[in-house]
Design a protein around this ligand. Structure first.
Ligand code: NAP
Ligand code: GCO
Length: 263
């Protein structure tokens, strides 16, 4: 029988105080995993722990800036001591800055790349030794439509998410022989705080032009929800995907397959 269970596995989902990360962590708990998450402040960790509790999940929360190698190494060691050696890592923490390149400072570009690309390298590098020792591991990088497509004002984010697609393939290449599978999930446009500005109603109550654009570009004619990502995330974390490696699974309602509705 195909095994989708995560019973007895230790999962770390970064940046999972809410949004996509929270939904993936919830799915993992429901599939039997021990769930760990981080965000940047203890205050946000404490608030998220209440939210996990309300969802019936006993999560383990850690304050950790994923761009800080020392903090990441400390967090991974604490998890190993308090919960167990990590079997499943989801590099979910991310940020976006929407500005035309000519208005973006180089430091701002670096900041986005630091969170969206350097941090998945740092966290993966911290957890792979434990996975090698255990003889198995699952790494899932949260990529994006921008891993494949450009769009005005998101140069740093697209560069980082494109790089994250290739980091995914490189981890597959280097650690596949140790029974570590590294894949990506490429969400389409998902209704979370990150995309709230793109869905805000106009003062006259009409829908945001970008909201209308995305619905026209999506064959399923709707924004995705964090819940749409739960099943794909469980699949890629489970034994059912043991021979899937270096793959980016797009969960986008068909956007990448579609030229867009004729106006
Ligand atoms: P979100 O609402 O912006 O949440 C981002 C999370 O990342 C927050 O919990 C934040 O934690 C955490 N984070 C940011 N920088 C961090 C750092 N330096 N260290 C630790 N945690 C950090 O994002 P979302 O919409 O749920 O998206 C989650 C992931 O999916 C991101 O990688 C995003 O790029 C990707 N994605 C989103 C969409 C979409 O349409 N929403 C589509 C494709 C891909 P704090 O609580 O500390 O701020
Ligand atoms: C944007 C959006 C997108 C989504 C997502 C799409 O400004 O275009 O924020 O980048 O976040 O990455 O897959």
């Amino acid at each position: 029988m195909v095994n989708f269970s995560l019973e007895g596995k230790v999962a770390l989902v970064t940046g999972a105080s809410h949004g996509i990360g929270f939904a993936i962590a919830r799915a993992y708990a429901e599939a039997g995993a021990k769930v760990c998450f981080n965000c940047r402040s203890q205050e946000k960790v404490d608030k998220a722990l209440v939210d996990y509790g309300k969802a019936g999940i006993r999560a383990h929360g850690y304050a950790c800036d994923v761009t800080d190698e020392a903090q990441v190494e400390t967090m991974v060691a604490k998890i190993a001591k308090e919960v167990g050696v990590i079997d499943i890592l989801v590099n979910n923490a991310g940020m976006i800055m929407r500005k035309p390149m000519l208005e973006m400072e180089a430091e701002e570009f670096r900041q986005v790349v630091d969170v969206d690309l350097n941090a998945p390298f740092i966290v993966s590098k911290a957890v792979i030794p434990g996975m090698k020792e255990k003889g198995h591991g699952k790494i899932i990088n949260i990529c994006s439509m921008m891993s494949e497509l450009g769009r005005e004002t998101v140069s740093a984010y697209a560069a980082a998410k494109g790089g994250l697609k290739m980091l995914t393939r490189n981890i597959c290449a280097e650690y596949g022989e140790f029974n570590i599978q590294c894949n990506g999930i490429g969400p389409g446009y998902i209704a979370t705080p990150q995309t709230a500005p793109l869905r805000e109603r106009r003062p006259d109550g009409s829908r945001h032009p970008f909201d209308q654009f995305i619905v026209a570009k999506t064959p399923q004619a709707r924004w995705g929800t964090p819940e749409d990502l739960m099943g794909p995330a469980v699949f890629l974390a489970s034994d059912a995907s043991d021979f899937v490696n270096g793959h980016i699974l797009y969960v986008d309602g068909g956007i990448l397959a579609y030229i867009g509705k004729q106006p």
